[in-house]
Ligand binder design. Sequence first.
Ligand code: R5P
Length: 277
Amino acid sequence: MDFGIKNRLSKIFSPKTGRTVMLAVDHGYFQGPTTGLRDMKNIVPLVPQADCLFVTRGILRTSIDPATGTSICLRVSGGPSILGELSNEDITTSMEEALRLNASGVGMSIFVGAKNEDRTISNLGRLINEAQRYGMPVLAITAVGKEMARDGRYLGLACRMAAEIGANIVKTYYCEDFHKVVEGCPVPIVIAGGKKLPEMDALQMTEDAIRAGARGVDMGRNIFQSDSPAGMMKAVRAIVHKGATAREAFDIYQAGRKKASAAEAVDENENKNMEKV
Ligand code: R5P
């Protein structure tokens, strides 16, 4: 692996722990203004807590401070909306654009077992061929779509295929026997969070995934749809980078939640006092 790819990967995976907390906020590219991402201002305070932000170029340009110290992994595929055939994706953002935006990686979905499986795999191959030329790591995302069976056999197949085509990182969902998915995949795996779960369940899933060999998370809804997104970021970081248990992380989340409620109460009081003036 050449210097450029290694250097960029070190902006995604912490050189201290070898792991990453990526914050996924790309959902709008096919879901529109998803709950929690309607106003991207809500995301801004979370960005410094992430090792890497997984985002489209549109949101990067409009909503993210260019002086951010958080690295960027750019979602470069798209096409169909949630109303259409999700596997009908193509590459939507050029490598030149990814370089101009100073991305540390680019990411796209593959749809193994879906209608356009073969096209998404050849798109991945083409993206990797181009990315290699510029020292740009590629993240392949597997198993998006409600109809996909998210079991070890399917995820093992999809992750291995992504790695064989040449992806540097694979993002997939957690499942039972996840260690087998990790064992069969020669490149780092990060987990997506999936749909919003109770906070304790999301933290338990994170702990289980890390114990099974995941190198981190690329998590969205379980953070930005939480009643304390900042608390959840801290809690997930504690598991990924410090080896905290889900129980310990849950206490961190709750502390963040209390802090946020206290700050809201102060704001409310100040507003009431202002009304009197
Ligand atoms: C989905 O297509 C996107 O790639 C998301 O980035 C990914 O699913 C992670 O977000 P979440 O944790 O909300 O599943």
